[in-house]
Write a protein that binds this ligand. Structure first.
Ligand SMILES: Nc1ncnc2c1ncn2[C@@H]1O[C@H](COP(=O)(O)OP(=O)(O)OP(=O)(O)O)[C@@H](O)[C@H]1O
Ligand SMILES: [Mg+2]
Length: 342
């Protein structure tokens, strides 16, 4: 049975750019799909198509049982959307913004007022509730925008980078609000560049790059696919990162179980997937020492979603332009076509 959000073969082009290049998605009712991808991957375009704001060039999508192209008005009544850029009326106060949304959704005056009050409390905006939104900080606008999306607890919600620009405390609170929503039965599609966020909130993760789904699965499944542990070394001398990467590549877990060495020049950090644990660590230290490479730090750790992302795309999630940083990872990783294990 198709999920609460179901899309097949979505294509959307802007001139020469194929923002969506045949995207399939399925989000089971009451679950969270994390749509993960770097800048320009197509996340916002996907959200805009699924929320009826953009018409796809090809493919079809059904949200809450309704076709987004043929039944846009019905779809809009069944969903909540919090866009990437806060859509608040600058001249209205926080409270007025929320009451207006309530009225738009046909809540009665009293209900709209009560709901606005509740949400202002919950999003820590009560003190600023009666100030015009144009006096709010970026994080406050973001919270007001999310509050607006929650005025009528719709069955299906879309959140485009809900925590971008929030400080750690507010991000934490937002995660709690999202978890409550989902516990109450809301189906959610959430886009994010924060792997940590997808890891915490999403039942399933879909990684997109250049308008295509390049991997999907639960966070554990994706981590398992990139192989076992990582050895991470910080070399003392930046000029030695290349040699150190070469040495460490020699210790890599065999075959297709992982990518290559990833090199982060600015932090002088080199990471390779390995199997062999602590014993191997001693060997790596000896070998680096034999080559005259001084190390500042070395450790063994489990793969993170960041590793998954690097392995899949050859570049970091927040660093789409810096593919060359991934250097060896590119060469050693599997070909793009092989990565989407479908
Ligand atoms: N209205 C538009 N006109 C022209 N090009 C567009 C338009 N909207 C998106 N694009 C292009 O489509 C591609 C995907 O953009 P999209 O906004 O979906 O990416 P994103 O994954 O949301 O990125 P970000 O993380 O930066 O928000 C980009 O190359 C972008 O420049
Ligand atoms: Mg976007």
């Amino acid at each position: 049975m198709p999920g609460a959000i179901h899309a097949e073969g979505l294509v959307k082009t802007f001139g020469d750019v194929r923002a969506l290049d045949g995207v399939d998605l399925d989000v089971a009712e009451g679950t969270v799909l994390g749509l993960l991808g770097p800048n320009g991957a197509g996340k916002t375009t996907a959200v805009r198509v699924l929320t009826t704001l953009l018409r796809p060039d090809a493919g079809r999508a059904v949200v809450a049982g309704l076709d987004v192209v043929r039944q846009p008005d019905e779809v809009r009544r069944s969903i909540g959307l919090s866009g990437q850029f806060a859509a608040v009326d600058e001249y209205l106060t926080g409270r007025e913004n929320l009451r207006m949304v309530g009225r738009l959704y046909q809540l009665r005056g009293r209900q709209a007022k009560a709901r606005a009050g509740e949400l202002l409390e919950r999003f820590h905006l009560a003190d600023a509730a009666d100030r015009p939104a144009r006096t709010y900080s970026g994080g406050m606008r973001r919270r007001l925008d999310l509050a607006a999306a929650l005025v009528v607890s719709p069955p299906v919600m879309f959140m485009d980078e809900p925590t971008t620009g929030l400080d750690p405390r507010n991000r934490q609170q937002m995660w709690e609000v999202i978890e409550e929503l989902v516990a109450a039965g809301t189906t959610l599609l959430l886009t994010t560049q924060y792997l940590e966020e997808a890891d915490r909130l999403a039942h399933d993760i879909c990684v997109i790059d250049h308008g295509r789904v390049i991997a999907r699965g639960s966070s554990d499944e994706l981590k398992a696919r990139t192989g076992g542990e990582r050895v991470e070394v910080v070399v003392h001398d930046r000029a030695m990162t290349g040699t150190a990467a070469e040495v460490m590549t020699g210790f890599m877990a065999g075959g297709a179980s992982g990518g290559g060495a990833t090199v982060e020049q600015h932090t002088r950090r080199i990471t390779v997937p390995v199997s062999g644990g602590a014993k191997l660590l001693a060997e790596v230290i000896r070998e680096l020492d034999a080559r005259g490479i001084e190390i500042d730090d070395i450790g063994l750790r489990r793969p993170t979603l960041d590793d998954v992302f690097l392995w899949l795309t050859g570049h970091a999630a927040q660093d789409a332009g810096a593919a060359e940083d991934a250097g060896a990872a590119r060469d050693a990783g599997p070909a793009a076509e092989e990565r989407d294990g479908r």
